[in-house]
Design a protein around this ligand. Structure first.
Ligand code: ADP
Ligand code: MG
Length: 250
């Protein structure tokens, strides 16, 4: 039990307890610990509509590369939303990088999300008419981080786009656009990268290219990557696959 216990108090009084990148956990330490997570969606009259997660236990360690699979309706998006602090469970506890999130206020949850999660979406979600460098700098601008340009260059180089930093989305292929989005997610040095069907809008060859980027970032930077996919060919790139069935990992 010692390797999975937490020493921080379970209820941070304010977002001031949210640490920055300086205190990232070490490789192998628990970065996400979900205990008996359930998520119930209710009807307007208060009766149960659906129990999307049913006592889900999941432990993810720093440096893991994990794919979450499962049939449509098995709870993948619900689980991703909870992992990404976009939603909270009905019951159970979720420790993210040492913070128990299930009782946080919306503001504190947003702060945890901003500091600890990097999101990659199926549709890239890039700004039009904005260079790759500016897109990747943006999350740092919001934070008032120093050395923004250098860090954005570094992130773009890490995804193999060091030569294309001044290109706009329309001047980049789909695979390159997704690599910009990955650079934007990793520039803030989040504890976890969450990617929801990151290859869903890409052809097979480009998907391989994007998966190779995740693989390399995971290997070289010990980046913790969690992705949702319904494609086994994509999930195979991960080092661990968790399959959800009716709201619980198999
Ligand atoms: P998946 O992503 O694996 O397809 P979801 O997490 O989206 O699964 O959905 C799990 C179950 O919860 C499904 O039965 C779905 O209809 C239901 N569900 C998901 N989101 C909501 C919501 N916001 N309100 C009501 N029911 C929802
Ligand atoms: Mg879904």
């Amino acid at each position: 039990m010692s390797s999975t216990s937490h020493t921080a108090s379970p209820l941070p009084a304010s977002a001031a307890v949210v640490n920055g990148a300086a205190s990232r956990p070490r490789v192998g330490e628990l970065v996400a610990d979900l205990r008996k997570i359930s998520k119930i969606y209710y009807k307007p009259d208060g009766s149960v509509l659906v129990e999307a997660l049913k006592g889900c236990d999941l432990q993810i360690r720093q440096g893991e590369y994990l794919a979450i699979m499962g049939a449509s309706g098995s709870g993948k998006s619900t689980l991703m939303n909870i992992l990404g602090c976009l939603d909270q469970p009905t019951s159970g506890t979720y420790w993210l990088d040492g913070i128990e999130t299930s009782t946080l206020t919306d503001d504190d949850l947003a702060e945890v999300r901003n500091k600890k999660i990097g999101f990659v979406f199926q549709q890239f979600n890039l700004l039009p008419r904005t260079s790759a460098l500016q897109q990747v700098e943006l999350p740092l601008v919001y934070r008032g981080t120093r050395n923004r340009r250098a860090r954005a260059y570094d992130a773009l180089s890490a995804v193999g786009l060091g030569e294309r930093v001044h290109h706009r989305p329309t001047e980049l292929s789909g695979g390159q656009q997704q690599r910009v989005a990955i650079a934007r997610a990793l520039v803030t040095e989040p504890a976890i990268i969450l990617a929801d069907e990151p290859t869903g809008a890409l052809d097979t060859r480009t998907s391989e290219e994007v998966m190779a980027i995740f693989e390399r970032l995971n290997r070289e930077r010990s980046l913790t990557v969690i992705l949702v996919t319904h494609e086994l060919d994509v999930a195979r790139h991960a080092r661990r696959i968790v399959t959800l069935r009716d709201g619980v990992p198999e």
